[in-house]
Design a binder for this molecule. Structure first.
Ligand SMILES: NC(=O)c1ccc[n+]([C@@H]2O[C@H](COP(=O)([O-])OP(=O)(O)OC[C@H]3O[C@@H](n4cnc5c(N)ncnc54)[C@H](O)[C@@H]3O)[C@@H](O)[C@H]2O)c1
Length: 364
């Protein structure tokens, strides 16, 4: 089994660690390409078994084998060309989030994956398959919540901007022409992977959306900084049975308002509240008992040796090998990306945006 990592930066190394965990006694071949000699040297020091290249094209020039996987861990403005290179070299491509920069690139890349009969995956699946997600899915499928009508998905952080407070050395995060956007492109991929995995909508309408760029006294002045730090949207998810579910979405990594998160699904018979990410593994299910609210709390801790940062490689490897997997590929990976584009389009034009999906939902 051969893994080709493109980009030896922060996330390239994380993927290499996941590959180490995944490999059994047989050992996998790992190759890495990065034009930055320091990044490459740092990677080689940590993973001396990896074969290093300064150029991705040269690395991928050798003949492809059926289950070769290329992992693209570079800034977003390079994702399209590098994924294309990987797919056209005859290899499966697992690309970091956001998948690409815009709708045109997303649609073109899907065509390239299909034409080459390869899988195109996105790393935005990190938080899928966690025991707490599976518990929430079970509650949804069981019908105990009644008719689902509302989802609140709010994550508000005050000072967590990549390129400023987080990973300040990677200034590309602040430049729309390199990152594709701000918080929508940074955390939106995870949010819509989670939401779409839970609700499995047949269609989504972004009914209203806004973005804003709150300012601070430490805003970098010596680099391009034109990405949003706060976004909000109202989305109408159309389930396969035709029922609408309203999703109130908000994300901030820079706001002067309060920091909090709130994720809850409400139905006519009950509600479930939990954190899909790092904050807690607790699940709170509330319903009615004799006219009073009854709350049941449970905890679902991930006991697997594969954690969230391993998931993209772990899931994609299983998908390539034809095993049961939470990987999100091709059509669905592109659909999830288009949710982000639709939020930008709605915020910019003031017009609702409508998208149809091919997936089937589990709520009946
Ligand atoms: N840093 C994180 O915590 C994190 C977490 C999840 C996902 N991601 C995603 O991973 C991607 C990369 O982020 P990062 O934080 O690792 O960035 P980074 O700045 O640490 O590293 C990016 C690396 O890509 C290299 N690179 C650029 N163009 C290249 C090319 N054409 N060929 C080969 N290498 C090239 C750069 O030299 C650099 O070493 C982004 O899409 C980001 O959203 C990052």
């Amino acid at each position: 089994m051969r893994f080709y990592i493109v980009g030896a930066g922060v996330i390239g190394r994380t993927h290499a660690e996941a590959i180490q965990k995944l490999q059994g006694a047989e050992g996998f071949e790992v190759k890495v390409a990065d034009p930055n000699p320091q990044a490459l040297a740092g990677f080689a020091e940590r993973f001396p078994e990896a074969v290093t290249h300064s150029d991705a094209k040269a690395m991928l020039a050798e003949a492809a084998k059926e289950d070769d996987i290329v992992i693209i861990g570079t800034p977003p403005f390079t994702h399209f060309e590098l994924s294309r290179l990987a797919l056209e070299s005859g290899r499966h491509a697992l690309c970091e989030k956001p998948l690409v920069m815009n709708r045109g690139e997303a649609e073109e890349l899907l065509k390239i994956a299909e034409a080459n009969n390869r899988l195109l995956g996105c790393c935005s699946v990190r938080f899928l398959g966690l025991p707490k997600m599976e518990e929430v899915k079970k509650l949804l499928a069981s019908g105990v919540l009644g008719d689902i009508y509302k989802v609140t998905f709010v994550y508000r952080g005050q000072r967590g901007r990549p390129g400023v407070e987080y990973q300040p050395e990677s200034k590309w995060f602040l430049d729309r022409s390199k990152a594709g956007g701000g918080i929508v492109m940074d955390w939106g991929p995870y949010d819509f992977s989670v939401l779409n995995n839970l609700l499995m909508p047949a269609a989504i309408e972004v009914a209203a959306a806004w973005t804003s760029k709150p300012q601070t006294q430490v805003d970098p002045a010596d680099t391009v900084y034109d990405v949003e730090g706060h976004v909000g949207a109202m989305l109408k998810y159309q389930l396969n049975d035709g029922k609408p579910v309203w999703v109130q979405y908000e994300r901030a990594h820079c706001t002067h308002g309060e920091a909090y998160h709130y994720v809850e699904i409400e139905g006519t018979l009950g509600a479930v509240k939990w954190s899909p990410y790092f904050e807690s593994d607790q699940i709170v299910y509330t319903s009615d008992k004799n006219g009073e609210i009854e709350a049941k709390e449970s905890e679902a801790v991930n006991q697997s040796k594969f954690g969230v940062m391993d998931h993209p490689v772990y899931f994609f490897y299983r998908k390539v090998k034809g095993m049961d997997s939470q990987a999100v590929v091709n059509d669905q990976a592109v659909f999830n990306f288009l949710c982000l584009q639709a939020i930008y389009d709605c915020a910019e034009t003031g017009e609702p945006q409508y998208m149809q999906s091919k997936q089937r939902n589990l709520i009946v």
